[in-house]
Design a protein around this ligand. Structure first.
Ligand code: SF4
Ligand code: SF4
Length: 440
């Protein structure tokens, strides 16, 4: 066992309101510069939706992450460090600006200098790349528009006549927000793809960085990252990415996105892991075992054997203490409510997510009740508005059982805490299922 430390994050998706405060404050801190106008180290995407850059989860098209060979080895899907160097200028696996979005600002002068008139002046969007007025056809969260469908239908006499089946379909539409940063993976395919040795994973805390002096702008890391979280700076000709705000962490401050998150949904902390088991866990073949294997690489920071291993590797005592205090291990391994994003990419991501609970569909459509009765939720977890299959596609390589288990646990905890707060009778079965006695 080789114990190493890793900075990790858990995000509770039930709390994200899609306000983009995290994205904007991150941009102000890190990418408010020429050459990276289109870059959001932190983005918040609408789900279901195509994400940023558009369709990045289509690994066949973009070629990121690892694939398992018949012999059980891992191979870069993008083809490795050298195979495509000859094609670098026509690499079809590099997203183009329209796959991200064309960044724009507004011609504020139009507002400030417009003469008084009958109509309110409108600021027109202006491309940050060309400086010319532009039509916006696509940008982040365009997928949100479905959220307005019901309103439109109620106001429009023609749409009102649409068949009941369509209405029912819209009533069952769902969406939620998925904030994303670089996953600071334990097995980062961006690092393995870099022909210049410019990308590296810091030994002390696992943060993945780009050495700007070493980077030669090959962009193999961009195609190599399955989450598309490395970006090319068109001014400097170098790759850039989320740094997990390491200059802030080093002086004891949280990342900008964690500190400014309005929903307080980002848990940030150290975990200890077994570096000797990373490759074995990343190459597990059976999707039903992938999640458990990836979970098992994280080590219990209270285990005396792990503590001794950490001390042997020179991990400072206060870091071990920090790992013990951090909620990350508990959320992932003790309570098993946090799940990794796309474990099937086999990079061993270190930003995990607590999936969102949602109302039970027949409660919503039948009675107008919003399904807040947590006991109903607990009992009807297979009929939630956000289909378990959809969440499984994001977090468990399509396996529904672990997602159902997480949602049931969350619903049980909600039911339990509601009863505690209301001072009403607690259901001992529910208390038991979240590991508490009814008295607690
Ligand atoms: Fe590298 Fe981050 Fe992509 Fe993982 S998510 S492969 S660490 S850029
Ligand atoms: Fe979600 Fe927090 Fe970002 Fe707002 S600041 S979009 S609540 S993650």
């Amino acid at each position: 066992m080789k114990v190493m430390a890793q900075m990790a994050m858990v995000m509770n998706l039930d709390k994200c309101i899609g306000c983009h405060t995290c994205s904007v404050t991150c941009k102000q801190a890190w990418t408010n510069r020429t050459g990276v106008e289109y870059v959001w180290f932190n983005n918040v995407e609408t789900r279901p939706g195509v994400g940023y850059p558009r369709g990045y989860e289509d690994q066949e098209k973009w070629g990121g992450g690892w694939v398992r060979t018949k012999r059980g080895r891992l191979k870069l899907r993008s083809g490795g460090r050298f195979t495509k160097l000859a094609h670098i200028f026509s690499n079809p696996r590099l997203p183009e600006i329209h796959d991200y979005y064309e960044p724009w600002t507004y011609e504020y002068d139009t507002l400030l200098s417009a003469p008084q008139g009958e109509h309110t002046p409108v600021a027109r969007p202006m491309s940050l790349l060309t400086g010319k007025a532009m039509q916006i056809h696509w940008s982040a969260n365009w997928d949100d528009n479905l959220g307005g469908s019901m309103e439109t239908m109620q106001d429009d006499p023609v749409l009102k006549q649409m068949s009941e089946s369509v209405t029912a379909e819209l009533e069952q539409a769902f969406m939620f927000y998925l904030p994303r940063i670089c996953e600071h993976c334990l097995n980062p395919s961006c690092v393995a793809s870099c022909p210049s040795g410019a990308m590296y994973k810091r030994a002390e805390d696992g943060i993945v960085l780009v050495d700007q002096d070493q980077c030669r702008g090959w962009r193999m890391c961009v195609s190599g990252c399955p989450y598309k979280k490395v970006y090319f700076n068109h001014k400097t000709g170098k790759a850039e990415k989320c740094t997990m705000c390491y200059p802030r962490l080093e002086v004891g401050l949280p990342t900008v996105c964690s500190e400014t998150c309005v929903g307080r949904l980002r848990y940030l902390g150290l975990v200890l892991y077994d570096a000797d088991r990373v490759l074995e866990a990343a190459s597990v073949e059976d999707p039903t075992e992938l999640l458990a294997a990836q979970r098992s690489v994280l080590l219990d920071p209270h285990d005396p054997e792990v503590i001794a291993g950490a001390e042997r590797e020179g991990i400072p005592r206060d870091w071990i203490d920090a790992a013990q205090r951090s909620p990350i291990w508990s959320l992932i391994s003790t309570y098993e409510v946090a799940l990794p994003l796309h474990p099937e990419y086999r990079t061993m991501p270190m930003v995990w997510y607590i999936p969102p609970l949602s109302p039970v569909v027949d409660v919503v459509t039948g009675s107008g009740n919003d399904g807040e009765d947590a006991r109903t939720l607990f009992a009807a977890i297979d009929r939630l508005r956000i289909p378990v299959e959809y969440l499984a596609g994001l977090f468990t390589a399509g396996e529904t059982a672990p997602v159902t288990a997480v949602l049931q646990r969350l619903a049980a905890m909600r039911a339990h805490m509601r009863n505690v707060n209301l001072g009403t009778d607690q259901d001992p079965r529910i208390a038991e299922s979240v590991g508490m006695t009814a008295a607690q």
